[in-house]
Design a binder for this molecule. Structure first.
Ligand SMILES: O=C(O)C1=C[C@@H](OP(=O)(O)O)[C@@H](O)[C@H](O)C1
Ligand SMILES: C=C(OP(=O)(O)O)C(=O)O
Length: 400
């Protein structure tokens, strides 16, 4: 694919997988069959949906962090014996904080391979303890998993969060969705309290995905001219990644909210370098690292410590792949990724990008095809969150 330097057109984004997975779990906890409109077709969502509708006691959750962690909490409170398996990469992503919490509530969960990691064997029961304290700095998904089941626990849940809350907007998204389905929650001074109560499920429509939108902001940013319309995005989003709008403005992309989506136009950029704490928007680090290098904007990104335990070690993967274009990124201290503007020349006419099983590596590098000839290895990885990504990108192919 050779991308045009003038990108004009409209993009159909996938539905948010974060919202989809939460709403699927809430519907299952409500014993409801009412419809969820615009449910994501991401593999992570398809696998969760399948698990929630299966009648076996063995589940496979693939590569999905939320998929694995949400189903773990869900099964822990159902009396029975359950086995949850997953992909090889998920077996390297820790789950101890969640398992310890569920065991403290009364479940009996054991590791079937490596201590602290999936896969799991679960003896589920009526969890009747209600007070917990949990480390919030590793993944918000542990907190979300506990919150989602909290109203259905015999004595509810009082959750005290210790340390920083990584990916905090995702936890806030969970609380907002619970409220949307009629559950009362209280969040004061790092303590969340939820009394036992029933969800009131109702038909629901999932928003378009702000994380997936970032690759088209990047596309316009790397182009020479153009204008894009991203269908389905709204200003009042439940997604923390909607906050990327402010960053793009500094980088020269203006967002205008219209009735059916957002319009992106090019404006002069207002910054020469970018210092930003990504702990609220961890999934956008790859997009901004790539765009900043190719626009020659030195950067220092803090709050990136959780990236090592995502689909791949994203810090290492970014350093390795950007080096192929001569950009020398450094991780001088844990949780900080920087590029000081240093670049060495390269001879390669065509650069081959490894994706390491990570959808966001493929999507963050794809727009670079505007500037440099690239080949993306294992492009099918996008199915984890954005199955139609290549189809949408092809709209900007010169040979179309
Ligand atoms: O709750 C969610 O839907 C998510 C939370 C974040 O994970 P962490 O809380 O592990 O950072 C994010 O990176 C992931 O893509 C989706
Ligand atoms: C980190 C991600 O997802 P998960 O943790 O649910 O696998 C992601 O989609 O970038």
């Amino acid at each position: 694919m050779k991308l045009s330097k003038n990108v004009a057109g409209s993009v159909k984004l996938p539905a948010s997988k974060s919202i989809s997975n939460r709403v699927l779990l809430i519907r299952a906890l409500s014993y409801s069959f009412l419809p969820i409109h615009n449910l994501s077709e991401a593999e992570d969502t398809l696998l969760l949906d399948k698990a929630l509708n299966s009648n076996t006691n063995r589940f496979y959750t693939g590569d999905g962090g939320t998929t694995f962690r949400f189903i773990t909490a869900f099964l822990s409170k159902i009396v029975g014996e359950w086995y949850i398996d997953c992909s090889e990469r998920m077996k390297e992503r820790p789950v101890k904080v969640l398992v310890d919490a569920l065991n403290e509530l009364g479940a009996q969960i054991t590791y079937t391979e490596k201590e602290g990691y999936p896969p799991l064997h679960i003896l589920g029961s009526n969890l009747n303890k209600s007070k917990l304290s949990i480390d919030g700095s590793i993944s918000s998904q542990y907190i979300t998993a506990l919150l989602l089941i909290a109203p259905s626990l015999v004595n509810g849940l009082e959750l005290k969060i210790k340390g920083n809350i990584a990916s905090r907007p995702y936890m806030e998204m969970t609380l907002k969705l619970m409220e949307e389905f009629g559950v009362k929650t209280s969040f004061v001074d790092n303590k969340i309290s939820i009394a036992p109560q029933d969800y009131q499920f109702k038909p629901f429509t999932v928003e378009a995905d702000w994380s997936g939108a970032s690759y088209f902001y990047e596309l316009l940013s790397l182009s020479e001219k153009g204008e894009l319309f991203l269908v389905g995005l709204t200003r009042n989003s439940l997604q923390g990644d909607a906050q990327q709008v402010e960053l793009w403005k500094q980088l020269g992309i203006q967002t205008s909210y219209e009735e059916t989506g957002v319009r992106l136009t090019k404006v002069p950029r207002t910054i020469e370098k970018l210092h930003f704490d990504f702990s609220d928007m961890p999934d956008l680090v790859q997009t901004f690292a790539v765009v900043c290098c190719f626009k020659n904007i030195p950067f220092q990104f803090t709050g990136v410590e959780t990236l090592k335990i995502k689909e791949t070690n994203r810090i290492k993967a970014l350093i390795q792949e950007l080096k192929k274009f001569g950009y020398l990124l450094t991780e001088q201290k844990e949780g900080t990724l920087s590029w000081y503007g240093k670049r060495k020349g390269i001879d390669e006419k065509m650069v081959s990008i490894k994706t390491y099983g990570d959808h966001r590596m493929a999507m963050a590098f794809a727009p670079v095809a505007i500037i440099h000839s690239i080949e993306i290895k294992n492009p099918e990885v996008v199915k984890k969150s954005f199955p139609d990504f290549w189809q949408e990108l092809r709209k900007f192919d010169c040979n179309q």
